[in-house]
Design a protein around this ligand. Structure first.
Ligand code: HEM
Length: 492
């Protein structure tokens, strides 16, 4: 009877049993083969690391999906040393010399993971092909020189510290008149949110590339990606229209303008409109959270390290006694070396891009971790991943690494320590936006602490060493609303 409705009911149970046995056998056989291959035959068999990581990427992927791509490898490096196998074909390294070897040249190309994260088409960030990356960097290079950046300083001031100060003043005024906190703080943060959520989507693609085929997963992040790309396209179109009607001398001087006119000096090639769109979206992603997270961390550390804060205020007050005059970047750079050291120390202890910078080992292979022994040979094609934060937390390079100590970047050890700070990466793919970031960060911190007294609740003062953080490409404080609460008042 039942057979009429359920065709499977007619199948001989012994067949099912045999099928199950074959399946289980195949799975067990596959796992045994993998264990045998990875532990006995693989050229990476001697690279230290947890057993599970040598046979599967699962643990590393789960840690990444949980936002622990920064902290998990630190634990592994602490246990296993400067070379650790974090997945069957990925080796994390933390020794500064090894990291510089990998990042110095185009020999070690960016790994597939960058392609997996790609927005629309290959761009400065995602390009694996050194030729494309070099061409793009030559095109955008002139945009990011100190002299080009200095022309944008007033814009940076206006939209960064200027806007912040305006907001703080508005808060002080309006709260004084009984207006609600919310009405002042709620602004137009959509673009920042879109950029933030697009990063999260790209990170998920990099961990689980097959997710690209399932656009129904993470619908909110997909919408943000679409909005971000639409925003870039609209902004470019509006600018092109505006340019048509403006005299050349009156053209707005900003990054977008520079991109529209960017030309490779070797070939005279300009970017197509679609390339400008991709690059603009990448810049929005690469340039917003990175600087703002670094600023958040810097303020948070200053709140806990009263001695550091006192030194900073002394330096600012001595150099700029008149609080009504805004501090310009070049003046800050010349007169506030301690502030510069504070930012470097923030980039060391909480680098905005804290985790792996994966590259492929070139033909001929390479050896790493040779400091204490002969090192481990990695053959061509293996993914070698310099780990920024694990390197920054290695007590051999950075004594008492969890202590926020800007003095590391002053005095006789400063140059060596700057060389071991990979906050902006290193070598041929070093962050092209670093000068802009320096201007943003120096201007913001100098002017903020010049004008205002900042403090945090007593219960938070001492917990900076064990503050929780989360990493989706960029490092953010966890539960920032609570852990980074601050009070602000005008300085006398
Ligand atoms: C505090 C702020 C910043 C930090 C800490 C930072 C850090 C980094 C790091 C570590 C990399 C290397 C990533 C990798 O190889 O996977 C990088 C690359 C990059 N950054 Fe930044 N960045 C900052 C701000 C900016 C800004 C303001 C821009 C542009 C407006 C920018 C644009 C880029 C681009 C386009 C790349 C890719 C370069 C390439 O692969 O050739 N960044 N950044």
């Amino acid at each position: 009877m039942l057979g009429g409705y359920f065709p499977f009911a007619n199948i001989d149970t012994s067949l099912v049993l045999v099928g199950t046995e074959v399946l289980v056998g195949a799975v067990v056989g596959y796992i045994s083969w993998r264990i045998f291959y990875e532990r006995v035959m693989s050229p990476l068999r001697d690279v230290p690391g947890p057993f599970l990581n040598s046979i599967t990427s699962l643990v590393s992927n789960i840690q990444g999906a949980l936002g622990k791509n920064h902290s998990y490898p630190i634990e592994l490096h602490e246990k296993y040393g400067p070379v650790v196998r974090i997945a069957p074909d990925i080796v994390s390294i933390s020794d500064p010399k090894d990291i510089r070897t990998v990042l110095a040249t185009h020999d070690f190309r960016k790994s597939q993971i960058y392609k997996d994260m790609e927005l629309v088409e290959p761009n400065t960030f995602s390009a694996q092909d050194p030729k494309l990356n070099s061409e793009r960097r030559r095109q955008i290079g002139p945009t990011f020189t100190w002299s080009a950046m200095s022309k944008m300083e007033s814009l940076v001031y206006k939209s960064g510290p200027g806007a912040l100060i305006e907001k703080i003043e508005q808060l002080i005024r309006e709260l004084g008149f009984g207006k609600s906190f919310k009405s002042v703080l709620v602004g137009h943060h959509d673009v920042i949110r879109w950029a933030h959520e697009t990063v999260q989507l790209c990170i998920m693609y990099s961990i689980f590339p097959w997710l690209r085929k399932l656009p129904m997963v993470f619908p909110k992040w997909h919408e943000s990606e679409r909005n971000l790309l639409k925003f870039s396209t609209n902004t470019i179109n509006e600018r092109i229209e505006l340019n048509k009607n403006a005299e050349k001398a009156k053209l707005r001087q900003d990054l977008l303008q520079a991109y529209l006119f960017a030309t490779d000096p070797h070939t005279n090639i300009k970017m197509t409109q679609s390339q400008v769109m991709t690059e603009t979206a990448v810049m929005l992603i690469a340039g917003t959270d990175t600087s703002s997270e670094t600023l958040t961390w810097a303020v948070r550390y200053l709140m806990s390290k009263k001695d550091v804060l006192a030194k900073l205020l002394k330096e600012i007050d001595a150099a700029f006694p008149d609080k009504s005059v805004p501090i310009a970047f070049q003046d800050a750079k010349d007169k506030l070396p301690y502030l510069e050291a504070i930012i470097l120390e923030t980039l060391r202890i909480s680098p905005a891009v804290p985790s792996r910078l994966p590259r492929d080992v070139p033909p001929g292979g390479a050896k790493f971790g040779g400091g204490d022994n002969d090192g481990y040979f990695l053959p061509e094609g293996v993914c070698v991943a310099p780990h920024v934060m694990a390197s920054h937390y290695d007590p051999k390079t950075w004594p008492d690494p969890l202590d926020f100590r800007p003095e590391r970047f002053l005095g006789s050890e400063a140059e060596a320590n700057k060389k071991n700070n990979f906050g902006f990466s290193w070598g041929v793919r070093i962050c092209p936006g670093r000068r802009l970031a320096w201007i943003e960060m120096m201007l913001t911190l100098a002017n903020l602490f010049h004008k205002y007294e900042l403090s945090i609740p007593k219960d938070l003062e001492h917990n900076y060493k064990n503050m929780d953080s989360v990493c989706y490409l960029m490092l953010s404080p966890k539960n920032a609303q609570n852990n980074c609460r601050i009070s602000i008042k005008r300085r006398e």
